[in-house]
Design a protein around this ligand. Sequence first.
Ligand code: MG
Length: 164
Amino acid sequence: MNGVRIGNGIDVHRFDMSEAEDSSIILGGVTIPHQFRLLAHSDGDVLTHALMDAMLGALALGDIGTHFPDTDERYRGISSMELLEIVRHLIIEKGWQIGNADMTIVAQAPKIAPHVAAICTSLSRALSVRQDQISVKATTTEKLGFTGRCEGIAVYATVLLVSA
Ligand code: MG
């Protein structure tokens, strides 16, 4: 079928629990205060990573590991929003655009709900789409599993691309 392509992406990052401090995490380009930072080669934006994997997956273009290998010093500490801009252009070059994206953040802590609106705004601006094309939801796992033990955050993303 021409005209639509679907992709999914999953990412997990663990908290650096070696020292509790006044720290923060980044989700969808939005800084959220938390006592632990997320361990990563980049800025640890686990939400944007899952989103990019879904966008690449929709066009069978591999994943962010192949496009932005963590062995490459160019990507050390890089803003994931910069990588998202590269992936966005890749999609456009191939003749596609975002139809909609739906993401679920799985985290026991920090509380995500107060930041969802800001995250949606940030991602819709970065992708040059309307706010109603971007959905970000959050859930806990009722204290079960690694997210429930507050050891890290998981994100599931689904993206529908439509031919431009
Ligand atoms: Mg990642």
